[in-house]
Design a binder for this molecule. Structure first.
Ligand code: ACO
Length: 323
């Protein structure tokens, strides 16, 4: 059977770092409050000329080098983002042009913080169906551009960045020993679309709008949804979340990660956490964290990795893979 293998990974962050102390100069908050409630200490903020597109291209170029491949070998590009450069065309087409690729297909996936898991699931299905041989799946966001910088309940949580992975269809045996994606599962429940949303858009206000969130409601659903989809996706491969080598979660909030770990009995030293440095970078957070753990030697070839996320919509999902 066809398996989707991760051949390379890369990430990119804006140059400017904004600490909690910097945040306290803008809104009535403190390093102590932010760290205690979220675990976040700093985030990167896009400057002039840095956009979702430029960050995505930078991350993709690093992933291609890591994969030892050239852009001309890529035939599918999916960018997961809720902060595209323009309402249309898809940021993925701009990335495609910047990389000098003229064949194949490029499109965006919009599932907010779950975007990377949704995009990876889509790419896996298309590669398995034989439609494409290789893919670039990129999570790239500039949430700083849709934040209400007067709302301390939201502006302290998010940051900008991008992460990318190069995927290739390879032959597998169908067993859990195969390299590549072993199982994926995605969910949505639109009844909660107004718990975390942007209050504008082309068809309603003809403007971009700003992020609005009922933080407590999001928190209330996060641990349950994330734990159940982690159990669901590992069960598809006949294992449990405790059987994996690494968990690379969406980096929203340290308390959500601790709650999930407690519920599933997970060893916290097996969870890759980068939210202290990056904040919540939405669709970019999983590939950013994954890239860091690959480059610092934590995640090694052959190990089992479980990724998971939950975000606006609500959307949530998980993927189990052998790196
Ligand atoms: N600094 C200081 N005080 C603050 C801040 C801040 N940055 N933000 C809110 N407060 C105050 C509130 O005004 C409130 O004050 P009051 O009691 O005088 O009214 C008090 O802190 C408590 O506010 P709550 O919103 O009830 O605080 P809570 O403990 O719920 O923490 C938080 C807020 C951190 C947003 C929490 O609800 C949370 O983590 N929710 C999950 C949200 C999330 O992670 N979203 C990311 C997108 S979805 C995803 O990725 C999973």
């Amino acid at each position: 059977m066809i398996r989707t293998a991760i051949k390379g990974i890369g990430s990119a962050l804006p140059a400017r770092i904004m600490t909690n102390a910097d945040m306290a100069k803008i809104v009535d908050t403190s390093d102590e409050w932010i760290v205690e409630r979220t675990g976040i200490k700093a985030r990167h903020i896009a400057g002039e000329g840095e956009t979702t597109r430029t960050l995505a291209v930078a991350a993709a170029q690093k992933a291609l080098i890591h994969a030892n491949m050239t852009a001309s070998q890529i035939d599918l590009i999916i960018v997961a983002t809720s902060t595209p450069d323009n309402t249309f065309p898809a940021t993925a087409t701009m990335v495609q042009a910047d990389l000098g690729i003229t064949k194949g297909a490029a499109f965006d996936v919009q599932a907010v913080c779950s975007g990377f898991v949704f995009a990876l699931t889509t790419a896996d299905a298309l590669l398995k169906a034989g439609q494409f041989k290789t893919a670039l799946v990129i999570g790239s966001e500039t949430f700083s551009r849709i934040l209400d910088w007067t709302d301390r309940g939201t502006c302290v949580l998010f940051g900008d960045g991008a992460g990318a992975c190069v995927l290739e269809a390879i032959e597998g045996t169908g067993s859990n020993e195969d390299t590549g994606i072993l199982a994926t599962k995605i969910h949505s429940d639109g009844r909660y679309h107004n718990k975390l949303y942007v209050d504008g858009g082309p068809s309603t206000t003809q403007s971009v709008g700003l992020l609005r969130m009922e933080g407590r409601e999001v928190f209330r659903h996060a641990v349950g949804n994330i734990s159940s989809v982690m159990e669901e996706v590992t069960a598809l491969a006949g294992i449990k979340p405790t059987d994996v080598d690494w968990i690379v979660p969406h980096q929203a909030n340290r308390r959500i990660l601790e709650g999930t770990a407690k519920k599933l009995g997970l060893d916290e030293s097996r969870i890759v956490i980068t939210l202290d440095k990056h904040g919540n970078t939405s669709a970019a957070s999983i590939p950013l964290a994954f890239d860091e753990a690959v480059r610092d030697g934590r995640i090694k070839r052959g190990q089992l990795v479980l990724i998971e996320s939950m975000g606006g919509g609500f959307t949530w999902g998980a993927a189990l893979l052998r790196y």
